[in-house]
Design a protein around this ligand. Structure first.
Ligand code: M6R
Length: 369
């Protein structure tokens, strides 16, 4: 039941404040973060972990990519992200001190399931981040941290994505507490950011009308680029994937710092570029670098759509459109930034008269390798 919405995707984008809130419930309090499913693994085991590999495909891998910055920053363990189907075939270096975190909405993605089985055979500890109760991947894993986004029907993943980032962050905070890498102050700050998040997500969802207008003039666009830095980088990748998937438009996401290493050659007159601008308050250096990137592409004719936090006026002279989001610390910005990009894909798909929920050639769950 679409509940009065024009598509499941529209409904699911709209449910994201609840997806985040429900995933936090029972795991976060003023005392900090505790995930009972991880406590059951034993704190000693979590203290001994010396390397984390996140495995996933598609959107879930971008959630993992965002999460890798937070876990590394908070729990001080090296984290890498690998696509499930690449992981197995590279003969990865694994030990009993490696932790593999798999991320899968369905819990049935064959590539990820096979990667998890491979890790288990090699004695690695496995945690599954999954949205589907009792799916195969969480059942096979040592521990399951469920996202509580509710059933996701649209092929394009939206609410599961924000719930996945939330769950991975909670794992990072749990690890940080157990490993003692976090000061009480940092812990309080992260808890505050989380508690304020659902209301901010709800506010970010309100960007739809502005985005719909943008999409309207762009219905004939053949290519869209997305730029981000740090946690904004995987959001750029996710924005591009959404657009390919449901609007069948060529789109690419880049790390903003890579521009001058090649992609800037693509910039031509009128080329639309979404730029995810980090907060000038919590990441002043990254912010100024991204503003310079905007100047560089604007000078070459790009049509710049800047996604900024409210009150950031630095981009105004160089941006054609500015999408404003509520204030959040750097690590929490992706949970807001992705929302206008989801709307953009949906609105462009709609403007092209396509089936938003059932894009061609794609299945909701990829159960073959
Ligand atoms: O069920 P999973 O999270 O394992 O699915 C992984 C990908 O197939 C999935 O995220 C896919 O990329 C989505 N259609 C993206 O919107």
């Amino acid at each position: 039941d679409k509940g009065g919405w024009s598509s499941f995707m529209a409904k699911e984008i709209n449910e994201q404040a609840d997806a985040v809130g429900n995933t936090l419930r029972g795991r976060i309090s003023s005392a900090g973060v505790e995930i009972p499913e991880l406590t059951a693994l034993g704190d000693d085991r979590l203290r001994e972990i010396d390397r984390i590999i996140i495995i996933a495909c598609g959107t879930a891998s971008y959630a993992g990519h965002v999460g890798s910055y937070a876990i590394e920053q908070w729990a001080r363990v090296p984290v890498e992200v690998q696509l499930s189907h690449e992981f197995r075939y590279r003969d990865p270096v694994l030990s009993d001190r490696t932790l593999v975190i798999s991320v899968s909405q369905s819990g049935e993605t064959m590539d990820t399931l096979m990667a998890v089985k491979y890790a288990i055979e090699r004695g690695v500890t496995t945690i599954s981040v999954c949205n589907t109760q009792s799916a195969t991947i969480p059942r096979e894993s040592d521990a399951a941290v469920y996202t509580h986004a509710g059933p996701e029907v649209a092929v394009a993943s939206t609410k599961a994505f924000v719930a996945q980032i939330t769950a991975i962050y909670l794992i990072g905070l749990h690890l940080a507490r157990v490993r003692g890498t976090f000061s009480a102050e940092e812990q309080t700050r992260a808890v505050e950011q989380f508690e304020a998040l659902p209301a901010k997500v709800a506010e970010a969802i309100e960007t739809r009308d502005q985005i719909a207008q943008l999409a309207h003039w762009m219905a004939d666009t053949r290519s869209v680029l997305f730029l981000g830095r740090h946690v904004g980088y995987p959001i750029a990748l996710e924005g591009a994937l959404k657009l390919k998937e449901i609007a069948y438009i060529h789109a690419e996401g880049f790390a903003a710092g890579e521009l001058k290493h090649g992609p800037i050659a693509l910039i031509d007159h009128g080329q639309p570029v979404f730029v995810l601008v980090p907060s000038p308050r919590t990441s002043p250096i990254m912010h100024s670098k991204v503003v310079s990137n905007i100047q560089e592409i604007r000078a070459r004719g790009a049509r710049v759509i800047a996604v900024v936090e409210k009150g950031d006026t630095a981009v105004l002279p160089y941006a054609d459109d500015v999408v404003r989001l509520p204030l959040a610390d750097t690590l929490f910005e992706p949970l807001l930034q992705v929302i206008p990009l989801q709307w953009f894909a949906l609105e462009l798909s709609t403007a092209k008269g396509l089936d938003v929920d059932q894009p061609r050639n794609l299945a909701k769950s990829v159960t073959v390798e």
